[in-house]
Design a protein around this ligand. Structure first.
Ligand code: BGC
Length: 728
């Protein structure tokens, strides 16, 4: 289930090619106990359960995430694991995807940066990472056969972009293909995805393995560029037969085998990292605590109810289903057997001073037992502050199925109603992997702290955050809408009869909400702090093709804290675009009163769109607005710049228009030659603008009708040969 096949010498003793051990581990190692049921999900050896991707993403902190990756790498190495099966960088297209807790963001730039940090961290220890699930695995419904039908531009700009960033910036040793089909072709057989784009365009030099059981036809998969079927089945014979029958080139088999050997060599070459070094599990637990605290998002904090004082005499009620027994990770193949678990109740009791009374009701909250419920409400009524721990139960979200709504369980909402009726000092702490709606109840709580899934040290992190030992600094990686029905994929998800159409196109997450000004509960990038930050002195300048955005961030409040300064780009042009897209970001820790000047680089991609006509990235000349702020809807500074163009003239075809051709360095002057009819008409301002527009819309194939003297041969010589077909 978890090993590649090794080869022994003829004598049968030494390993000629050692077998490699591959295990799950996007947020901690899941190495199954030797000899246990390979299909079970809860039989891993003990390993540090770091916060899952949803929380790591919310840190917006690649440096910290890289340290988490290195810790996972160290635990993997100590267990002779060659490749850790993660991270997953699929885009959170729908709020309902059961696996959203394993993914990083609705935004490909953020998912790419955080994903690259994890890969760098894991591989820094000499253990390979497996970037997954390539590609367009954005739902669990029907995942083994559904075809994700996506237009070419959307695929490139949204669904491939994070993979591209990780491959080109962090060079993962392996990539895992997805179960689903993409535009009708299984991801495991998708030559364009696995070879033409991944290897030839992005320069991937590692091994492509299948997701577990994702291979439908081994020979077709090999031909498309899938090197390793996992787990191994009985399809070797089909490969041999195909070679003998001449339908499969033996070179294809050699190439795949060669890539496996290269992976073996890579893991060997890294043996400078000893496997015998004991793993510092306590340090890893503390790192898990830091990551959980860094990724928690303070959604609201009316009248500064938080942080609570750890010393002032007061009674604090801790109630709700996850007060004593935390929800800290998701289900499915990523499930880790933790080395220990710290829940909120014990952690808070350990943190506060003697004057603070922490009370709870055993087994309270989510059950319908009226006596317990009465005790709970009485406790909330007499406490000075009530902290209510709500969220999604374990069985609500997992690999293998999707959710059908985003509401909290009804018994929790009922508990919240009853508690809110007796206290106005109510803090809600949420633990959930996928978004839960807050709109219908959040006005009854003064503060809401979204932990996502905080990993095994989550309780310590909650205590740190509630009592101000750590200042919250997580930011939303996905928009929290007012209603599920407001979300962009609502009408198309999860499809039917084996097909899901990505009908919302590019307009995923804030790209949709912000473009259409849809009111939301909390926007992308949002997150409060116990201090305040000011953004000033925006300056933008060009360094080659890189746009450098400099801004000063100052901590203007009373305590130390961290700000995530976000840069959005609003580009205009001839194609439809989202209102703005994230270009870059930086997380800065600042003492009270301190300021820091930070420079955030934007590469040409921040201004580009994928031209489905030319099958390439295009940057259109013109202006763009650079926006700097603390969320996609809290933009504090803006400036307009001239876009640094990429130097590629537009590709002309017979169907290019006069307007498009006028931008071309050779065709433009040819069409607009002085005295020619086109130049004359365009210069004639007695003609109404509609006339000009009409002229500009004429295809080159018809231009002779408007300009009989045009040098058709010269024009023809400038036209590109027909391009390759779109992805399909
Ligand atoms: C999941 C992968 C995982 C693999 C091995 C599959 O069901 O989709 O993410 O790595 O199992 O457990």
């Amino acid at each position: 289930m978890w090993h590649t096949q090794g080869i022994r010498t003829a004598e049968g003793n030494d390993d000629l090619v050692p077998r490699l051990l591959l295990t799950d581990g996007p947020h901690g190692l899941r190495k199954q106990v030797e000899g246990s049921d390979p299909l079970a999900l809860d039989n891993g050896i003990r390993a540090t359960c770091f916060p899952p991707a949803v929380t790591l993403g919310s840190t917006w902190n690649p440096a910290l995430v890289e340290r988490v990756g290195a810790a996972i790498g160290r635990e993997a190495r100590a267990e002779q694991v060659a490749v850790v099966l993660g991270p997953g960088v699929n885009i959170k297209r729908s709020l309902l995807c059961g696996r959203n807790f394993e993914y990083l963001s609705e935004d490909p730039v953020l998912a790419g940066r955080i994903g690259a940090a994890l890969v760098r961290g894991i591989q820094s220890i000499g253990v390979g990472a497996s970037l997954k699930h390539s590609a367009a695995n954005n739902q669990e419904t029907d995942r083994l056969r559904v075809s994700a039908d996506i237009d070419e531009r959307t695929l490139r700009e949204i669904y491939l972009a994070a993979f591209e960033h990780v491959v080109t910036h962090a060079a993962p040793w392996t990539v895992m293909c997805a179960y689903n089909r993409v535009n009708g072709t299984y991801a495991s057989e998708h030559h364009e995805l696995l070879t033409r784009i991944l290897r030839q365009e992005w320069g991937f030099d590692g091994l492509v393995m299948s997701d577990w059981g994702a291979v439908d036809d081994r020979v077709r998969a090999l031909t498309a560029g899938l090197d390793l079927e996992m787990p191994p089945t009985h399809t070797d014979a089909a490969v041999v037969d195909a070679v003998l029958a001449g339908t499969l080139d033996e070179e294809v088999v050699d190439r795949a085998a060669g890539r496996l050997l290269a992976l073996v060599d890579r893991t060997r070459a890294e043996s400078r990292h000893p496997t015998s070094t004991p793993v510092a599990l306590d340090a890893h637990h503390q790192l898990a605590r830091a990551a959980a605290a860094d990724g928690a998002v303070l959604l609201k904090n009316d009248d500064g109810l938080l942080p609570l004082s750890p010393t002032a005499p007061q009674t604090i009620a801790l109630i709700g289903p996850f007060a004593a027994v935390p929800r800290y990770q998701g289900s499915g193949s990523s499930r880790v057997t933790p080395t220990r678990v710290d829940g909120p109740l014990d952690a808070i009791r350990a943190l506060v001073g003697a004057a603070v009374i922490v009370e709870t009701v055993p087994d309270d909250g989510a059950d319908t037992d009226t006596d317990t419920d009465t005790d709970t409400v009485a406790l909330a009524a007499r406490a000075d502050v009530t902290v209510l721990f709500l969220g999604l139960p374990d069985e609500a979200e997992s690999e293998g199925f999707d959710r059908t709504d985003i509401v909290l369980p009804v018994d929790q909402l009922r508990l919240l109603d009853r508690v809110a009726a007796v206290t106005d000092r109510l803090v809600v702490v949420l633990a959930n992997g996928g978004v839960v709606s807050v709109a219908e109840w959040q006005d009854r709580a003064s503060a809401v702290l979204e932990l996502w899934l905080p990993g095994q040290a989550g309780g310590l992190a909650v205590a740190d955050l509630l009592f101000g030992r750590t200042n919250p600094s997580g930011r939303l990686t996905e928009t929290i809408p007012l209603r599920l029905e407001d979300s962009p994929a609502y009408l198309h998800f999860p499809g039917a009869e084996g097909t899901v159409t990505y009908g919302e196109g590019l307009y995923v997450g804030y790209r949709y909400y912000d473009t259409l000004h849809v009111p939301v509960a909390y926007p992308f990038g949002h997150g409060l702090s116990y201090t305040t930050f000011e953004h000033t002195d925006l300056e933008v300048h060009l360094d080659g093709t890189t746009t450098l955005v400099a801004v000063t961030v100052t901590n203007t409040g009373p305590v130390a804290g961290a700000e995530v300064v976000q840069v959005y780009v609003r580009a205009h042009g001839t194609v439809g675009r989202p209102r703005h897209v994230l270009g870059g970001f930086a997380k800065l820790s600042l003492e009270p009163g301190a300021g820091e000047r930070v420079t955030i680089p934007l590469d040409a991609r921040s201004f580009a769109y994928w031209s489905a006509r030319e099958h390439r990235w295009r940057v259109e000349a013109g202006e763009a607005v650079i926006e700097v702020g603390a969320s996609s809807r809290d933009l504090r500074l803006t400036t307009t710049i001239t876009v640094p163009v990429d130097g590629h003239p537009p590709v002309l075809t017979p169907l290019s228009t006069v307007g498009e051709a006028l931008e071309h360095p050779e065709a433009g002057p040819l069409l607009a030659r002085p005295g020619g009819p086109i130049a004359t008409m365009l210069a004639d301002d007695t003609l109404d603008p509609g006339h000009h527009a009409m002229l500009r819309s004429v295809p080159l194939s018809r231009v002779a009708a408007f300009d009989p003297a045009i040098d058709v041969e010269r024009l023809r010589a400038l036209l590109a040969p027909p391009t390759e077909p779109r992805i399909g």
